[in-house]
Design a protein around this ligand. Structure first.
Ligand code: NAD
Length: 448
């Protein structure tokens, strides 16, 4: 991406202007962008081939996060989300991270896990020894089930057996799915090796399916932020030129404590917020929700399975027996350093991607060349979302920025059109009352 993902003032442009600019930056022809965005990217006829009992399609906003730099490479990141302020907050936090070099990310070995359940096993110890001994034969059977994947350099890599007690064993087969999410590939393998595994174990065959706790396909993202980029300078004056109204913009007096505006103080408060999540599962759940705001929006935009991602994320968060945050924050010298680690099984081929033109265009806009790169970008946006939420919570609270952006949808709900929407939203923010009644009253006054 020649000029990068930094586009000051982007939010001020019209939708048409934004499309032209994004097309220029990404190299995706504007005609392709227009075509794939038409009707939300999926018509009823196509939708009818994707799921069952189709009546039509359901639209969600498709936006783009700015300022995202991962491993030195810029990405415009498409996000699909219905919640106001998620895209603005991620873009704003990504700008702070960018000032210190951007996100660094890596993917672990990228193996999906298939499970074969073996029940009524008479001698578990003997069964495990036999299954381990037969590993080469089982792996060969697994390879035969996915010849195309093997031809692409992927395929089954390893087998492991665990004793679950009560005569129940589970055989794990670890599969390199290359650029596919891999559910169907792994399920095909689990079904192919199941009967032989049962025979070798002396027991009976149970379930054969992938595990969404794909802890051998993890992504790790780190970022560093200098306190100078975290500070809230003074009321109303710190909104950067490319952040939409309402983003981190205190519009009423800050608390009496003036240290509130110091970046180092904000960094310390973020570390305290992280510790809170590390100590308390009630807080950790909300900490992770804020982080998943970013991850899920990229997962949806890229046509991936967000239920699978959510299931894996929360199971991983609870792996120690106590639910924990997926991202933690510490001070390192002056800087604030954040680190996120989570399982993330995403594909750039297969699944819905095959049929959804907008999901395909989203991948082209993002400039990702592999499933691993997509995971690193999605997780970086997750860490940015986490930073934005913690910074707001640790200082002015989440409501002001959030409600300011929410004001626009309240204005629309009250019947505002075109330029009225911004005017009504601004009136409500100024009044500090963002309700449907306030919007209706402001609209009536405006039209009078
Ligand atoms: P898929 O079934 O489409 O398989 C991927 C296909 O793409 C394979 O045939 C493979 O050979 C081919 N391919 C082409 N280029 C490739 C490349 N570079 N790398 C890898 N494969 C390449 O898709 P999948 O990823 O196996 O399955 C994903 C789907 O399964 C999703 O729609 C998901 O919702 C669904 N699913 C999920 C679960 C679950 O999470 N528990 C269970 C069942 C199904």
């Amino acid at each position: 991406m020649s000029e990068g993902s930094r586009i000051p003032g982007f939010y001020r442009l019209s939708i048409v202007e934004r499309r032209v600019l994004v097309a220029e930056r990404s190299g995706v022809p504007v005609s392709e962008l227009e075509e794939s965005l038409a009707g939300g990217g999926l018509d009823s006829k196509k939708a009818d081939k994707v799921v069952e009992n189709v009546l039509g399609t359901y639209g969600l906003p498709f936006g783009v996060a700015l300022n995202v730099r991962v491993n030195g490479k810029d990405h415009l990141v498409p996000m699909v989300v219905e919640e106001p302020s998620v895209i603005a907050a991620a873009s704003n936090a990504a700008r702070m991270v960018r000032a210190s070099g951007g996100f660094t990310a890596e993917v672990s070995e990228a193996l999906m896990t298939g499970q074969v359940q073996l029940v009524d096993v008479p001698s578990p110890a003997r069964a495990i020894a036999r299954l381990v001994h037969e590993t080469p034969r089982l792996l060969e059977l697994a390879r035969q089930a996915v010849p195309n994947l093997v031809a692409r350099g992927g395929g089954p890599r390893e087998i492991e057996v665990r004793d679950l007690g009560s005569g129940c064993l589970v055989l794990h087969v670890y599969v390199d799915c290359r650029d596919a999410m891999g559910a169907n590939l792994v399920n095909a393998i689990a079904e192919a090796i199941g009967p032989s595994a049962a025979e070798f174990s002396g027991g009976n065959l149970g379930l054969r399916i992938l595990s969404n706790l794909c802890d051998r396909r993890r992504v790790r993202v780190r970022c560093r932020v200098h306190p100078r980029d975290l500070g809230l300078s003074a009321r109303g004056s710190e909104r950067p030129s490319d952040a939409p109204p309402g983003t981190d913009m205190p519009s009423s007096p800050p608390p009496a404590n003036e240290a509130y505006v110091d970046g180092g103080f904000v960094a310390d408060r973020i570390v305290l917020a992280s510790r809170f999540a590390e100590l308390d599962p009630y807080r950790a759940a909300t900490h992770n929700k804020g982080l998943m705001n970013g991850v899920d929006a990229v997962v949806l935009a890229s046509g991936n399975d967000f239920r699978a991602v959510e299931a894996g994320a929360h199971a991983y968060a609870a792996r120690s027996g106590r639910y924990a945050p997926l991202a933690v924050w510490r001070r390192d010298g002056e800087d604030l350093v954040g680190e996120l680690e989570m399982p993330l099984a995403l594909g750039t081929v297969g699944g819905t991607l095959r049929v959804h033109p907008l999901a395909q265009t989203a991948l082209r806009l993002m400039h990702v060349t592999s499933a691993d790169e997509l995971s690193m970008v999605a997780a970086s946006v997750g860490l940015a979302s986490n930073l934005a939420a913690l910074r707001a919570l640790a200082t002015e609270g989440i409501q002001r920025g959030h409600m300011s952006l929410h004001a626009r949808s309240v204005a629309v709900a009250a019947g505002a059109h075109g330029a009225e929407v911004e005017a009504i939203a601004m009136t409500m923010v100024e009044q500090g009352r963002i309700t449907l009644e306030a919007a209706r009253a402001a609209l009536a006054a405006l039209r009078r």
